[in-house]
Design a protein around this ligand. Structure first.
Ligand code: HEC
Length: 155
C-alpha cells in the first residue's frame, strides 16, 4: 500500500511538473481560477488518500467533478480532448464511490487513473499547440517543460 501511495505522489508530481506556468500567455481570469482550483483540489485529494481520510477524498473529488461542468473546462473541442475529459470525470466518480465504500486501494487506483488523465490531456494540449504554432518560440507556447525526462514522447 505504501508503494501505491508513493507511486501516486510520483504521478501527481509528474502531472504538476508537466504543467508549469506559461509566462506571457494571455489567459482569461476564469481559466486561471479553474487551473488553480484543479491543482488545489488534487493536492487535497492526495492528502486525503495519504492519511486515509475518506471525507476529504470524496469532497475534493466532488469539487474536481464540478470543475468539469464549468464553461471553461472544455477549452479545446477535439475528440481526444473530450476523451481525456471523460476519463477524468469517470475517475472522479470512481473516487467518490470508492471513498463511500471506504476502499483505500480502490480510491488509490482511481487516483492513478485521474492523474494519468491529467498527464495525457496535457500532452494532447501540447500537440494542439504544436500543430497551431509549429514555428513559435517554444517557451511561449508550451506549458510543459522540454526537460520532462520521464516522458520520452516530449520534444
Ligand atoms: C481534459 C483536459 C485536461 C485534464 C484532464 C487536466 N488538465 Fe490541466 N490543463 C488543461 C489545459 C487545456 C491547460 C492549459 C490552459 C492554458 O491554455 O493555459 C491546463 C493547465 C493546467 C495547469 C496550469 C498550468 C499553467 O500554465 O499555469 C495546471 C496546474 C493543471 N492544468 C493541473 C492539472 C491537474 C493536476 C490535473 C489532474 C488532476 C489536470 N490538470 C487535468 C487541460 C486538462
Amino acid at each position: 500500500m505504501k508503494r501505491l501511495i508513493a507511486f501516486g505522489v510520483t504521478f501527481l508530481l509528474l502531472a504538476l511538473v508537466g504543467a508549469p506556468p506559461a509566462p506571457g500567455q494571455p489567459r482569461g481570469k476564469n481559466v486561471e481560477k479553474l487551473m488553480r482550483a484543479k491543482l488545489k483540489h488534487s493536492q487535497v485529494l492526495l492528502e486525503g488518500i495519504s492519511i486515509g481520510d475518506f471525507k476529504k477524498i470524496s469532497a475534493s473529488a466532488e469539487e474536481l467533478l464540478q470543475l468539469t461542468k464549468t464553461e471553461e473546462w472544455l477549452m479545446h473541442k477535439t475528440p481526444k480532448y473530450q476523451m481525456h475529459s471523460n476519463e477524468f470525470q469517470r475517475a472522479a466518480e470512481t473516487l467518490i464511490r470508492k471513498a463511500k465504500e471506504k476502499n483505500i486501494d480502490g480510491t488509490t487506483l482511481a487516483f492513478f487513473d485521474m492523474t494519468m488523465s491529467c498527464v495525457r490531456c496535457h500532452q494532447h494540449v501540447r500537440e494542439i499547440r504544436d500543430a497551431k504554432w509549429p514555428n513559435a518560440p517554444s517557451e511561449a507556447l508550451r506549458f510543459v517543460s522540454t526537460d520532462f525526462k520521464l516522458d520520452s514522447r516530449s520534444p
